[in-house]
Design a protein around this ligand. Structure first.
Ligand code: SF4
Length: 108
């Protein structure tokens, strides 16, 4: 995941189902970007992820953004824009250990 922080809409959606060793994990791709989404209270915010290659779309074509704590579930059979950031197995294992288990509010 990259770390370019910008304000984004708070959009969630269904989870992508498959989670096996043969999959591409979006979290391990340079295009998977962590962004802040204002929680509407002072400087508080939620964490969201977006694909800056524009691959995550709703049916009508708008961009789809997911809650950060679900990022390890974002996987695909293939993706023409996938740019791996490291060994996927190791990366996802460590990510799963460190991800929050629910949508957290952050501040600062
Ligand atoms: S470019 Fe493809 S693999 Fe990378 S985050 Fe977007 S959808 Fe996932």
């Amino acid at each position: 995941m990259g770390d370019a922080f910008t304000e984004q809409d708070d959009e969630t959606g269904q989870d992508w189902e498959v989670d096996t060793d043969n999959k591409i994990y979006c979290a391990n791709c340079e295009h998977c970007i962590l962004v802040k989404s204002s929680a509407g209270r002072g400087g508080q915010y939620y964490l969201r992820v977006r694909c800056d290659a524009g691959k995550w779309r709703k049916k009508l074509g708008e961009e789809k953004i997911y809650k950060y704590f679900t990022v390890a579930r974002r996987s695909l059979d293939s993706c023409s824009d996938y740019i791996p950031m490291g060994d996927p197995k190791e990366f996802i294992r460590d990510l799963k250990k460190n991800l929050p288990i629910k949508d957290e509010v952050y501040s600062g």
